[in-house]
Design a protein around this ligand. Structure first.
Ligand SMILES: NC(=O)c1ccc[n+]([C@@H]2O[C@H](COP(=O)([O-])OP(=O)(O)OC[C@H]3O[C@@H](n4cnc5c(N)ncnc54)[C@H](O)[C@@H]3O)[C@@H](O)[C@H]2O)c1
Ligand SMILES: N[C@H](CO)Cc1c[nH]c[nH+]1
Ligand SMILES: [Zn+2]
Length: 438
């Protein structure tokens, strides 16, 4: 891993943002590729989807909707340990997400003047589950659980067709959908899936119609991100997720082997993934570097991990003081931040920009990826400065209900008229004075 020595540097926001390691975005280039695809699919529907699927994913069934029997079969055939682990992941996710429910709130502004904020679920949601480099049944859980807790009635899942499974998504993804009771599952990947969700398509001789959705959520590669970005004027999207990131803040109390294992764990996702260590301890920096070198050759996806850890997006960053380390971590605004310091809880309280913070030496990111109960769809690429991870709130929309009595309207009428005149919109004021005349 490369070293970035920030000792003696001015740690102001501009400098930090300029020097922090980060994956370059290929969403811009992917946008050029996906725009004509989206147009084709919008106009020619499933025929165009089938052509792109054949080009990028290989042979797939003419009817992309996975038969119910196949979902059931996938769950029946699922390894018992995997089934138990998925169930436990769902159970913990439900506990955490149930606590995120929002109650409607009614406020009495004055006697007879009432404003209610009502929260309603989005009606139909399309959930994208990636399936290129790895298989993500855990992402089925992380998308479906908050949507179900929010009360979303209509949920569709899309995931790329896999050659070795007859052009259907990986059976573990199908089993996870079945466990969660989602039966509307499609063997469509990449930008094609996003287009199918955004525009829907008509029935053909071989396939039933797909109804468009109101909101598309879920992570994916640059093509998925570019397509989500391109359809966001038509449907809602959760966020544009970039490659996975982990940033670790650590001091001499940290176990270098744990830190190295965690940096490698997220590098395993993607050659573009970022792993960053920030420390004021030169000794710890050396020890982690040595532990990474020891571990990398033993890891399964050694090529991906080597590319990710060796890329410009990953680094061991050294600073002068623990406070400087916190400033760097906040400037980085990582998707995942792990805190391995003596005073981990106090340090965590000072981390204000992070998708999720993992506190202490026994809360690794992979726990959060699968079974902590928290959500693993989190803001990447520095967007944790202003965005949140997926939650029940992502699937709700708030509506204000305003109800004033004649007396309550009379009490405030002159202020409405004054503001309407100040904005040179007198008809606004007249809508109120018309009611005062009776
Ligand atoms: N933030 C999270 O919660 C989270 C969770 C899981 C995965 N991820 C990230 O999601 C990403 C998954 O990416 P992936 O590639 O493995 O799977 P993916 O499902 O996102 O992409 C595969 C699809 O890309 C399309 N594609 C491939 N080459 C193309 C081309 N040349 N032109 C147009 N389309 C093309 C194909 O249609 C294919 O189905 C990774 O970066 C991973 O780190 C993030
Ligand atoms: N770390 C990924 C992005 O947060 C999520 C994931 C799924 N499976 C394993 N990891
Ligand atoms: Zn992960």
């Amino acid at each position: 891993m490369r070293r970035l020595d920030l000792s003696g540097s001015t740690l102001d926001r501009r400098t930090l943002r300029a020097v922090m390691p980060r994956a370059g975005s290929d969403v811009f280039a992917a946008t050029t590729a996906v725009k004509p695809m989206l147009e084709e699919i919008r106009h020619r529907g499933l025929a165009a989807i089938a052509e792109y699927t054949a080009r990028f994913d290989g042979p797939a069934p003419a009817e992309p909707r996975v038969p119910d029997a196949l979902l059931k079969e996938a769950l029946d055939a699922l390894d018992a340990d995997v089934r138990d682990a998925l169930r436990e992941s769902i159970r913990r996710a439900r506990i955490v997400h149930e606590a995120q429910r929002r109650d409607d709130v009614t406020v009495s502004v004055e006697p007879g003047a009432q404003v209610t904020e009502r929260w309603l679920p989005v009606e139909r949601v399309g959930l994208y589950v990636p399936g290129g480099l790895a298989v993500y049944p855990s992402s089925v859980i992380m998308n479906v659980v908050p949507a179900q807790v929010a009360g979303v009635e209509s949920l569709a899942i899309a995931s790329p067709p896999q050659r070795e499974f007859g052009g259907y998504p990986h059976p573990t993804i199908l089993a996870a959908a079945e466990l969660l009771g989602v039966r509307d599952v499609y063997a469509i990947g990449g930008a094609q899936a996003v287009a199918a969700f955004a525009y829907g398509y008509d029935a053909t001789a071989d396939a039933a119609a797909l109804d468009p959705v109101d909101l598309i959520t879920g992570p994916g590669n640059a093509y998925v991100a570019a397509a989500k970005n391109a359809v966001r004027d038509l449907v809602g999207i959760d966020a544009i997720a970039g490659p996975t990131e982990i940033a670790v803040i650590a001091d001499d109390s940290a176990d270098p082997d744990y830190v190295a294992a965690d940096l490698i764990s997220q590098a395993e996702h993607d050659p573009q993934a970022s792993s960053v260590l920030v420390t004021a301890s030169a000794g710890l920096a050396d020890a982690v570097e040595a532990a990474v070198e020891r571990r990398v050759p033993r890891t399964k996806h050694v090529d991906r991990v080597t590319a990710a850890l060796g890329g410009p997006q990953s680094a061991i960053v050294t600073v002068d003081t623990p406070d400087a380390a916190i400033a760097v971590i906040n400037a980085y605004a990582g998707e995942h931040v792990e805190v391995h310091t003596v005073d981990a809880t106090d340090v965590a309280a000072r981390i204000v920009n992070a998708g999720a913070v993992f506190i202490g030496s026994h809360s690794p990111v992979s726990l959060g990826d699968y079974c902590a109960g928290s959500n693993h769809v989190l803001p990447t690429s520095g967007t944790a400065t202003h965005e949140s991870g997926l939650s029940v709130q992502s699937f709700l929309k708030g509506t204000h209900l305003i109800e004033y009595s004649p007396e309550a309207l009379r009490t405030v009428a002159r202020h409405v008229v004054t503001l309407a005149e100040a904005e040179d919109l007198p008809a606004h004021g007249e809508a109120v004075t018309a009611r005062m005349e009776n």
